[in-house]
Design a protein around this ligand. Structure first.
Ligand SMILES: O=c1[nH]c(=O)c2nc[nH]c2[nH]1
Ligand SMILES: [Zn+2]
Length: 460
């Protein structure tokens, strides 16, 4: 199953460089078999020779605008937790896990009807919000994990799907043995890859090794999972340094390790294929180790604010050369939207800035263009998919979203705010486009996301 061939005329916006938008207005993208074959200015394109040309520039009203943006990449999301969205009360991580999360995940490990309902909801919601690639945690169950992978394939969402691993210090009702954990992971590497092959020529849905977090995984299991990742070239995802209580627990459990990050490193889980969610309370040494191993970070600002975990210092990580992306972390986070996560990421960076001195502080602020980079190309880099997705370049997959702003949307545009090549000089034109993009970041939601394509196929 691959996307058909067609051409799209429109205004294309993406962020190939951190902090900068690239704007290509009135261009045509030629899409063949779901991939971008060519990008040309429409005035240099012979439209008469092309069938299947869809024009998305049309602007019947002067206070409307449409543009096409790369699909979002969510690098950290728990599919079975969707029914708990918005339900976290005043809890923090460890009591939140016990009170809300483990009981729900346990039920969806065995009840496949409920699991199907919930997973479809997770995939639909995230696709509707423009997320074309996502890294999912399923439950500790093999069948439940396979079901999620199958639904991603059927519903057309590019995904990594991992079975949650937890064989110590977990509640008795929601735990597994070391051998069950390793055997299930071995089986899933084979079954998810087989399943993918039936639908796709290349990788679309992939397995990912998912030790939940160090406090609930035995040392022998961590070591075997690291070996499995290396042997079968499978990426890894886990949580790191989310709260102080969690860090205390880790240091008591692993006294032989220098710090929390060192735990993953010692057991072969810190690699250039590892996605580390949160990374809030890291030391200089830990950040250096992450950089040295070229692991990537999933920044989850909505979750970190909701369950009061803290404020990740994104600029500090970026300046060290670490790849950073965005994660919704449903349902620690309450929004399935990466656009809202980007907005919150921008605000959290301002809280970080307010805590540092004025001069230095300004540097910590992330701009709209920077958070949009984290939401797209940053995510592609963290998932080692930068050759495939994240920007509109020849050879990449057409994973995209059509954004419609103005009339009858949440984002009001006044006539004089709409960029016009006929009226504005180049600087004014560019400034107006920047304002349009900023308004989308602060006011937009899934209502403005009119179409979503993954690998050239329309999924919304
Ligand atoms: O945000 C989080 N969500 C989880 O499900 C989880 N498990 C361990 N640590 C976690 N953090
Ligand atoms: Zn999480």
């Amino acid at each position: 199953m691959n996307g058909s061939s067609f051409c799209i005329k429109g205004h294309f916006v993406d962020t190939p460089v951190l902090g900068k938008v690239r704007l290509r207005t009135n261009h045509i993208l030629v899409i063949e078999d779901g991939k971008i074959k060519d990008i040309v200015e429409s005035k240099n394109f012979d439209t008469s020779s092309r069938k299947n040309l869809i024009d998305y520039t049309t602007n019947p009203n002067t206070n409307e605008i449409q543009f096409i943006f790369p699909g979002f990449v969510d690098t950290h999301c728990h599919a079975p937790q969707f029914p708990n969205i918005g339900i976290f009360g005043n809890t923090t991580l460890l009591d939140w896990l016990n009170k809300y999360t483990f009981p729900l995940e346990h039920e969806l490990t065995f009840n496949m009807d409920k699991a199907e309902l919930v997973y479809k909801n997770a995939i639909n919601r995230t696709l509707s919000n423009g997320t074309t690639t996502i890294a999912y945690y399923a439950t500790i169950g093999k069948r439940s994990t396979e079901l999620l992978a199958k639904l991603c394939l059927k519903m057309g969402q590019r995904a990594f799907v991992g079975k949650v691993c937890m064989d110590v210090n977990a509640p008795e009702y929601y735990s597994e043995t070391h051998s069950e954990c390793i055997q299930d992971n071995k089986d899933l590497i084979v079954s998810i890859r087989d399943m993918n092959r039936k639908y796709h020529k290349d990788k679309f849905v992939e397995p990912i090794i998912t030790p939940r977090f160090a406090p609930v995984v035995s040392k022998e299991t961590m070591k075997c999972l690291g070996d499995l990742s290396a042997l079968h070239d499978v990426p890894i995802q886990t949580h790191l340094s989310e709260t102080f209580n969690e860090i205390d627990l880790v240091m008591k459990t692993f006294p032989e390790c220098d710090n929390y990050t060192d735990v993953y490193n010692r057991y072969g889980l810190l690699t250039n294929k590892t996605v580390l969610a949160h990374c809030i309370h890291l030391s200089e040494e830990e950040a250096s180790l992450i950089n040295e191993k070229k692991a990537g970070v999933s920044h989850c600002p909505v979750s970190n604010s909701s369950i009061t975990s803290g404020e990740c210092r994104v600029r500090w990580l970026l300046e060290k050369g670490i790849n950073v992306s965005l994660g919704t972390d449903m349902s620690g986070g309450y929004s399935p939207s990466i656009l809202k996560t980007a907005r919150q990421g921008l605000l959290v960076s301002r809280h970080v800035a307010m805590k540092t001195s004025d001069e230095v502080g300004d540097k910590d602020k992330l701009s709209t263009n920077e958070v949009l980079y984290l939401a797209t190309k940053g995510g592609a880099e963290v998932l080692n998919l930068e050759d495939k997705i994240g920007t509109f370049d020849i050879g990449k997959a057409f994973d995209a979203q059509l954004i419609h702003l103005g009339n009858n949307t949440n984002v009001d545009l006044f006539e004089w705010q709409v960029p016009s090549e006929n009226v504005d000089n180049e600087d004014v034109f560019m400034d107006k486009w920047q304002d349009v993009i900023d308004k989308w970041v602060f006011l937009g939601d899934d209502r403005e996301t009119r179409h979503v394509w993954v690998d050239g196929l329309r999924v919304k």
